[in-house]
Write a protein that binds this ligand. Structure first.
Ligand code: GDP
Length: 430
């Protein structure tokens, strides 16, 4: 059976923890989109890890970790990440990389930096990992696919052709040093040698795995609001963050995805620019940021402080709908235990009209949050295993949000560890 773990919001919802936890019963975990531009933080018996490329199930001996064709594959980053795990005592993971995945090249990272420099204050807040130039090249049909590394003649011709194209921009738009075909070819050879042990016809492998009844997890990066079609365009990422894309980015039939676990955090956070209606500022935001996540809300890849806000029912209802949610995993609830009262954004006021439907970006910029204030529970809920044992106000918070978003919250996460999870029967039917 195939299940997807995806985010409802701007990313950083705690997908890594939920995937790592669910991976205990899984055979295969697949990354199907995105690159090393965001990260998951995972706490387990080996320590605390920030993963950027590898799927979150990589810590178990029994799982196979797959980089699907939809991923922006940065080969040196992937190989360093594998090494950083084995250096810290994690057993050598079983990793497969799709022969149809395309590679982030050093010039993609340079172009990302040059473009941000050129745009100055009007930049998109890129993490400068080369993701946007990578996906632009993929769809402009000038990307390098892993399979091409093993065709020397093709590689040589293509290296020359790509340098010619890129050098026009480097010379005339960015005024930067030019690419040399022989250097590019040498890099491609290095990448070939690094990736060769992992290369696999992944869709064929998965077809056989599905037929054999294996448990397969698709692990999404970022969340609905960063999707290029359904998110806050243009402040989005360059590949689809939706569970539906899991079928494409892994190479499996869409009807095989039977469960979609959408991860929602008990409050909001976002990185990068873009409208964020329920955002809070000042000391209120600093305190939530300091207490948030596991050791503060700072980017796993960039270390950037995250923007903070109250839970947003409008964005999360939309986020869950576009994912096709069967289950909501509601995370980081323990962090809110310090608050006397907890505001929740239940509507957007746009030009004097209140709506609960998430609008297009131009209207979103004008939206003001409609807040309802719920009482806090003022205690530490970590360690609680049964839903009924949560304080009444805490249960009321969960149930209020479930009712507003309209999707069943079947898991409540009350700590960063694998076992900090409360399963719950929801009254909402699927
Ligand atoms: P992801 O990209 O969606 O996996 O999210 P991140 O890893 O960036 O952010 C989630 C952060 O919250 C990490 O530091 C996790 O260890 C932590 N975390 C996940 N679930 C919980 C939880 O229920 N409680 C607490 N306190 N921290 C959590």
């Amino acid at each position: 059976m195939v299940k997807a773990v995806v985010g409802a919001n701007w990313g950083d919802e705690g997908k890594g923890k939920i995937t790592d936890m669910m991976a205990e019963d899984a055979d295969i975990i697949i990354r199907f989109q995105g690159g090393a531009n965001a990260g998951h933080t995972i706490v387990n018996d080996y320590g605390k890890f920030a993963l950027h490329s590898l799927p979150s199930g990589v810590f178990y001996g029994h799982t196979t970790s797959i980089i699907g064709n939809g991923v922006a594959l940065n080969i040196p980053v992937l190989c360093n990440e594998i090494k950083s795990l084995t250096d810290r005592g994690v057993p050598e993971p079983k990793i497969l990389v799709s022969d149809r995945a395309q590679m982030v090249m050093p010039y993609h990272i340079l172009f990302d930096q040059y473009e941000e420099e050129r745009l100055g204050g009007k930049s998109f807040g890129s993490t400068k990992s080369g993701i946007a130039p990578f996906y632009s090249d993929k769809y402009a049909k000038i990307g390098f696919q892993v399979s091409e590394l093993f065709d020397e003649e093709l590689l040589k011709e293509k290296a020359e052709r790509i340098c010619e194209t890129k050098n026009v921009l480097l010379e005339h738009l960015y005024h930067k040093p030019l690419l040399k075909p022989e250097e590019l070819l040498a890099t491609l050879h290095e990448y070939r040698d690094m990736i060769e042990p992992y290369v696999c016809d992944v869709s064929l492998y998965l077809d056989e795995a599905i037929k054999a009844g294996k448990e397969i997890l698709l692990e999404g990066q970022l969340g609905t609001l960063k999707d290029p079609d359904h998110g806050i365009y243009p402040m989005v990422t360059s590949s689809s963050t939706l569970a539906a894309f899991g079928a494409i980015g892994a190479g499996i039939p869409p009807y095989e995805i039977k469960e979609i676990i959408t991860v929602c955090k008990a409050y909001s956070s976002a990185v990068g620019a873009g409208a964020f209606v329920s955002e809070i500022f000042g000391e209120e935001a600093d305190e939530l940021r300091r207490r948030g996540g596991d050791g503060g809300e700072f980017g796993a890849t960039t270390g950037r402080p995250r923007r903070m806000g109250w839970f947003d029912c409008v964005a999360s209802k939309y986020g869950c709908r576009l994912q096709g949610t069967t289950d909501v995993a509601f995370t980081v609830l323990d962090v809110l235990g310090y608050l006397d009262e907890i505001p929740v954004c239940t509507g957007y006021e746009i030009d004097g009209v209140v709506t609960t439907d998430f609008p297009v970006t131009s209207k979103l910029e004008k939206a003001k949050p409609v807040l309802e204030v719920l009482p806090g529970w003022k205690c530490d809920i970590r360690g609680i295993k049964n839903y009924d044992e949560l304080p009444e106000n805490c249960r009321k918070y969960v149930e209020f949000i479930e009712e507003r978003i309209g999707y069943p919250i079947t898991m409540v996460s009350n700590g960063p560890g694998r076992s900090d999870i409360i399963y719950r029967k929801s009254s909402l039917s699927r």
